[in-house]
Design a protein around this ligand. Structure first.
Ligand code: PLP
Length: 267
């Protein structure tokens, strides 16, 4: 029998199947990694809107983490929608009890959905930064998330992706992959690109793929961090994991399929 590594997603359920837990499991499966889950909340959601959100009971979130770690200890973790202060403390307490044995953790600091719904209560940002950031090996904000966490606006004339990534690192002292996908960035030939920047205090690395126009990218952030965690579970170094995950996401967007009046990423 083949052996498969295990990746854990700590995130919310998306009833529309495009983002959250559902997206993460599809990505893990397509990358031949066994996915396990700790579900933070249910969202009643479709590609247009988040209609309602219900939190998991904190004790139930803890029980999911215990059940997973008792028998199916993950090789890597990705976290996404964490919803509240209370749930963040449950996760932090659980991980602290592992006494330094925390699996490689890619933390996607999900704040607001593309459709505009708040996915992390504003009051919980501080808890995420203070308790979870120090445990994660990689933080993966998009431009809006980075700016909100840095408490500032974009200065389009002076800011660069590289400088903003370094600023994020200086503030939080954690390795960061800043996703510039929705920033209108161009390469030397003038073509629009999806460019991301990694910085860990020593090494700065750029990851780039062609911009794919006119496709819904709902769930692409979730899928990206899931793909990084999957590649890490398979043994990739950081750099390899991000490079492989980025080309996987690019293919997922390129191969999107139609569902009723919407499109979905194809893992
Ligand atoms: N819904 C859930 C449950 C999520 O976990 C996330 C992202 O992590 C989203 C929605 C956001 O998806 P998007 O901003 O790509 O629409």
């Amino acid at each position: 029998m083949n052996n498969r590594p295990i990746a854990l997603t700590i995130a919310g359920s998306d009833s529309g199947g495009g983002a959250g837990i559902q997206a993460d499991l599809k990505v893990f499966h397509s990358m031949k990694v066994h996915g396990v889950t700790a579900i933070t909340c249910l969202t009643a959601q479709n590609p247009i809107t988040v209609k309602s959100v219900q939190s998991t009971e904190p004790a139930m979130l803890k029980a999911q983490l215990e059940a997973v770690f008792d028998e199916l200890r993950p090789d890597s973790i990705k976290s996404g929608m964490l919803l509240s202060d209370q749930l963040i403390h449950v996760i932090a307490d659980f991980m602290e009890n592992l006494q330094g044995q925390i699996p490689l953790w890619t933390l996607d600091p999900v704040l607001v959905s593309t459709s505009g719904a708040r996915l992390l209560e504003e009051s919980a940002e501080k808890a995420m930064v203070e308790r979870l950031f120090p445990m994660a090996q990689l933080i993966t904000p998009n431009l809006d998330e980075a700016l909100e966490l840095l408490h500032r606006k974009l200065d389009a004339d002076h800011d660069s992706l590289e400088a903003l990534t370094q600023e994020f690192y200086e503030r939080f002292q954690r390795p960061v992959l800043l996703k510039g996908g929705h920033w209108n960035l161009k390469n030397d030939s003038g073509d629009r690109v999806a460019r991301d920047c990694f910085y860990d205090g020593k090494r700065l690395e750029i990851f780039e793929s062609p911009w794919i126009p006119d496709v819904s990218t709902h769930g692409s952030g979730c899928s990206y961090s899931a793909a990084i965690a999957a590649r890490q579970a398979l043994g990739d170094s950081f750099s390899e994991a991000v490079r492989n995950a980025k080309s996987h996401i690019n293919r997922m967007i390129q191969n999107s399929y139609q569902i009723r009046n919407h499109s979905a990423l194809n893992p």
